[in-house]
Design a protein around this ligand. Structure first.
Ligand code: PEP
Ligand code: MN
Length: 264
């Protein structure tokens, strides 16, 4: 169902208030790895508004490699996140980690993010298929494109067509950076499926100084959008600070991605 053979025209995902993701648009989603405080939400919202960015990312349920690391502010954080974004006309994307969270999160979320670690959690995918809310589905840590497409098929076949695929880097033997951002995936996925393709350069390379060139490369590779991490003080971020750009870098990145998209 997600194949170009089944549907030729690209799928567009309408989040309301003129925010549409897919072919012809370049969607920017930015924000911290984790929602940390009300003040932080205010600062990020202000930064996004100043740059006309309509979608804010931020995790409240965090999949962490260590159980002792910060695991997110949970529903309380999500309600705060929602309140500030709603007031400022900004849409919310945040990660859902398990089926039981969907119902509680439903009213506060515009896009459910499925993380790389949950990319093949088939129960979660089935449930999101029934949930009728847009989903950003990340590629698994060592996932093939075929596995990503089949995972999307789980959601789609349950009746939810509002799916975007996300390339976020795959694990390799190279340890000079966190992951290998596989930009080959962009044109290949775009040819195989009618779904929008988004790139996450922050997790893809894991090094803040190199987020900009990889984002620009993603634009030129044909991505329908980019999701990246920004924070008022990346050095103090509770998670993923090493790959998080500050607001000044973020502003420059936004301008340059928009220029690149114009050239495409
Ligand atoms: C994130 O977006 O912060 C995240 C945990 O991403 P991924 O699932 O790609 O590792
Ligand atoms: Mn992160």
């Amino acid at each position: 169902l997600i194949s170009r053979k089944w549907r030729v025209n690209p799928t567009l995902i309408d989040l309301g208030d003129g925010v549409v993701i897919g072919e012809g648009n370049f969607s920017i989603m930015a924000g911290p790895c984790s929602i940390e405080s009300e003040r932080q939400i205010e600062l990020v919202v202000e930064h996004l508004k100043a740059n006309n960015v309509k979608i804010m990312r931020g995790g409240v349920f965090k999949p962490r490699s260590s159980p002792y690391a910060f695991r997110g502010m949970g529903l309380e954080g999500l309600r705060m996140f929602h309140q500030h974004c709603r007031q400022n006309g900004i849409k919310i994307i945040t990660e859902v980690m398990q089926v039981s969270q969907i119902e509680d999160m439903m009213d506060y979320v515009d896009v459910f993010q499925v993380g790389a670690r949950n990319s093949q959690n088939f129960n979660l995918l089935d449930a999101l298929g029934e949930a009728q809310k847009p989903v950003l589905l990340k590629r698994g840590i060592s996932g093939t494109l075929e596995e990503l497409l089949q995972a999307a098929e789980y959601i789609f076949s349950n009746g939810n067509e509002k799916i975007m695929l996300c390339e976020r880097g795959i694990r390799s033997y190279e340890n000079a950076y966190r992951n290998v951002l596989d930009l080959n995936a962009v044109p290949v996925l775009k040819a195989k499926t009618h779904l929008p393709v988004i790139v996450d350069p922050s997790h893809g390379i894991g090094l803040r100084d190199h987020v900009e060139p990889m984002s620009l490369a993603a634009v030129m590779a044909g991505a329908d959008g980019v999701i990246y991490e920004t924070h008022q003080k990346p050095e103090e971020a509770f998670s993923d600070g090493q790959q998080t750009v500050n607001f000044q870098e973020s502003e420059r990145l936004i301008k340059r991605m928009r220029q690149a998209f114009e050239l495409r």
